[in-house]
Design a protein around this ligand. Structure first.
Ligand code: ASC
Length: 149
């Protein structure tokens, strides 16, 4: 019984290791683009709130930012070497030649997104609107140097 369990666990591990083995270059591009697509999906609509076109709703803001915090950490692992010119990437070569700056800006998005989540959780509409701008600023500063126009 114990042995059977061990064999099962070993099998599951082997399966996981196989599934994780070196994704194809195009799948790294898909990963990062999917993460950015979802970031825009949940972040974009909050712009109407920030602009005062839609009232602040705490539940909606909490739900969106609870998705956005993990999403903000996801795109970066897709930017592996060898994917510079793969598929329909909009990444500029600077991602791979100025990696320190790219990583710094990625980190800023993650930090500012956590702050946005905190303003949502606090139900602080004014702080939320202001922090929305700070997050958007980190998106833009990175796009300026690292994304094709
Ligand atoms: C968005 C979105 C972006 C950023 C950027 C902020 O909602 O899709 O790429 O905000 O426009 O400057």
């Amino acid at each position: 019984m114990k042995l059977a369990k061990l064999a099962l666990a070993a099998g599951a591990f082997a399966l996981t290791a196989t599934a994780m083995a070196q994704p194809k270059p195009e799948n790294f591009v898909k990963e990062r683009k999917a993460a950015f697509t979802l970031l825009a999906w949940y972040f974009g609509p909050l712009g109407a709130v920030a602009k005062g076109e839609k009232p602040f709703n705490k539940d909606d803001a909490v739900r969106a930012t609870n998705f956005l915090v993990p999403l903000s950490k996801m795109p970066w692992e897709g930017f592996v070497a060898g994917t510079e010119n793969v598929g329909n990437t909009e990444a500029l070569p600077a991602v791979w030649s100025n990696t320190a700056k790219f990583k710094e800006l990625a980190g800023k998005l993650e930090t500012e997104m956590v702050k946005l989540q905190q303003t949502a959780a606090a139900g602080d509409a004014e702080a939320f609107k202001k922090q929305f701008g700070a997050v958007g600023g980190t998106c833009k500063s990175c796009h300026d140097d690292f994304k094709k126009k």
